[in-house]
Write a protein that binds this ligand. Structure first.
Ligand code: FAD
Ligand code: SIN
Length: 536
């Protein structure tokens, strides 16, 4: 058991964590920035982003008002307009910055102008991208930039378990305690099994989303909502968790794979058309924007057509598109399809909705400050108010960069005011023994994903939500018993965190007596006349 001290502790090495760490480290070369990441530095949701990053770039055709209007429209009345304006207006500067750090975005053939793509819900072409590997390119750039800064230390295979607050000093802390403070975290060093105490002046959560709570998701296996669950356990505020975004088009692979492979919305922006197995278009029955309607609408349309027809998937038709152009834009998607026996130029691509993005999360203000002092959050684990009830495509990489910058602005003048808390005890592992049956954890994980997929999916109802809550309660009790008696493993912690995420989604969904954005319930198909955020 070690005690480690660092000026700033960053949990997560995706776009939010590394962008923030680089800014802080550059400004304060004599301060230590420690980044913990639970597997390897390059593994994150960021790495898999395909479509790109949305930003107003072509001032002749596009402007801030149009990007703001598209974001508000997708968010279905629940976005915070001041936050939308901040992200849209500061976004291009952040994109320019990452370009300066070395990120490449595709340019139009024979020109120096960026090749701007279009995705669902966008009224203009404004998505900067690097083929269908935008996230990989951004992750690469950030890792290379961070590696050049000696005061950033990245510890791989370090799993953050719990945030340290006054609770660990023996003081009673409840959700309405006004002055909860974060002093760092306990983290499992996966390489030696020890649990270290990491003390920091400030902690920044950048732990990403929680898509693994569903059976079918585009999110990699690291996406288990750890930061949100840790914050909730530490009695911080979490909001809008019912708005889990299902991407309309993950590749339907009968062999089954985790994660599901994404077929980017940019393919529809490029001319791909959603069709039935018989080759008929169906989106005209749902929205005048057809295949490029916002995600909540397209995902629900596909779900409804699949249920009506009793089929396992619908189709994306790209056969009319130019092969050379398609392969140049979407090399990874083309290769993946071919690898499962589908040639997109000859056959329609089978697609199915899959959980993709967590719109809610840790409630933060316009500088990424959470309800716990000295604790910030950025990226997918946070809820800034940008996405409302449904995120507009390609707005999340943008949001992560804008808020990483804003946290840096807020923190840079405060850091020296906050001392280390010296009285934090070591992790207490008394009374625990090594797990005898790992199968208890793996089986509970399967049950959890089934519960969420059957009862808290794209279409919900009171009866389904209540069933989910009853079953989740049982899983919660069993897992807490296991936690109290078993030594810590990443698998057990991820199960525990995902049960919390499932509970937060289901509880928030139960409270929302209306259908809005990504939350659709057959019991309340209309919208309420007033706007309510679900804060837990
Ligand atoms: P992540 O990039 O997910 O990073 C999370 C980090 O936290 C990881 O390093 C992880 O190891 C670490 N971590 C988590 N828990 C712990 C723990 N307990 N202890 C230590 N470390 C921990 N958005 C767009 O804007 N445009 C797109 O084109 C786009 N395409 C996408 C395609 C796919 C397939 C997916 C899955 C998402 C896509 N998104 C896209 C969404 C976007 O990629 C993510 O929202 C964004 O990258 C999240 O960044 P982040 O920094 O918040 O988290
Ligand atoms: C995609 O490429 O379709 C994903 C874009 C996003 O999630 O913003």
């Amino acid at each position: 058991m070690f005690q480690i001290k660092t000026d700033v502790l960053v949990l997560g090495s995706g776009i939010a964590g590394l962008t923030f760490a680089i800014k802080m480290a550059r400004q304060f070369p004599d301060r230590q920035i420690l980044v913990l990441t639970k597997t390897v530095e390059g593994e994150s949701n960021t790495r898999y982003a395909q479509g790109g990053v949305a930003a107003v770039w072509d001032d002749e055709k596009d402007n801030f008002e149009k990007h703001v209007a598209d974001t508000l429209d997708a968010g279905d009345g629940l976005c915070k307009e001041d936050i939308v304006r901040i992200v849209v207006e500061e976004g291009p500067e952040r994109v320019r910055e990452i370009i300066e750090w070395g990120a490449r975005f595709d340019k139009e053939k024979g020109s120096n102008e960026y090749d701007l793509a279009r995705e669902g819900g966008h009224s203009e072409h404004r998505i900067l991208h690097y083929k269908d590997l935008t996230g990989w390119e951004m992750q690469r750039t950030l890792m290379e930039s961070a590696a050049k800064l000696p005061n950033i230390k990245v510890l791989e295979h370090y799993f953050a378990l719990d945030l340290i607050t006054q609770h660990h000093l023996g003081r009673m802390v409840i959700r309405v305690t006004p002055d909860i403070e974060c002093y760092g975290c306990y983290a499992l060093n996966k390489q030696n099994g020890e649990i270290d105490t990491i003390l920091a002046r400030a902690t920044v959560l950048c732990t990403g989303g929680g898509g693994q709570v569903y059976r079918s998701t585009t999110n990699p296996v690291i996406a288990t909502g750890d930061g949100v669950a840790m914050t909730y356990r530490a009695k911080g505020r979490v909001e809008n968790m019912e708005f889990m975004q299902f991407h309309p088009t993950s590749l339907y692979n009968p062999a089954g794979e985790n994660p599901s492979f994404l077929v980017s919305e940019a393919v529809r922006g490029h001319g791909g058309i959603l069709k039935t197995a018989e080759g008929e278009e169906f989106m005209q029955h749902y929205d005048p924007r057809l295949s490029l309607a916002p995600r909540d609408i397209v995902a629900r349309a596909i779900d409804s057509e699949m249920k009506k027809r009793g089929t396992d998937c619908m189709y994306l038709d790209c056969r009319h598109l130019d092969k050379e152009d398609f392969v140049a834009h979407f090399p990874t998607i083309y290769e993946k399809c071919v690898s499962i026996g589908i040639d997109p130029m000859q056959q329609m691509i089978p697609v199915v909705p899959a959980c993709h993005y967590m719109c809610g999360g840790i409630m933060v203000d316009e500088f990424g400050r959470s309800s716990i002092h000295r604790l910030y959050a950025a990226g997918e684990c946070s809820s800034t108010g940008l996405h409302g009830a449904n995120r507009l495509a390609s707005n999340s990489l943008l949001e992560a960069m804008v808020f990483a910058h804003r946290i840096f602005l807020d923190l840079k003048d405060k850091l020296t005011d906050w001392d280390f808390q010296e009285n934090v005890p070591d992790w207490n592992a008394e009374g625990t023994t090594d797990p005898k049956e790992m199968v208890l954890i793996t089986q509970s994980m399967k049950e959890l994903k089934d519960i969420m997929s059957y009862y808290v999916g794209i279409v919900r109802s009171n009866v389904r939500l209540q069933r989910a809550l009853d079953r989740l309660f049982l899983l919660y009790r069993e897992t807490e018993d296991l936690y109290k008696t078993t030594s810590i493993s990443p698998q057990l912690m991820e199960l525990r965190n995902l049960i919390t995420i499932a509970y937060l989604i289901t509880r928030s969904a139960t409270h929302r007596h209306e259908s809005r954005g990504l939350h659709f319930t057959t019991d309340y198909p209309e919208q309420l006349p007033f706007i309510e955020h679900s804060v837990l």
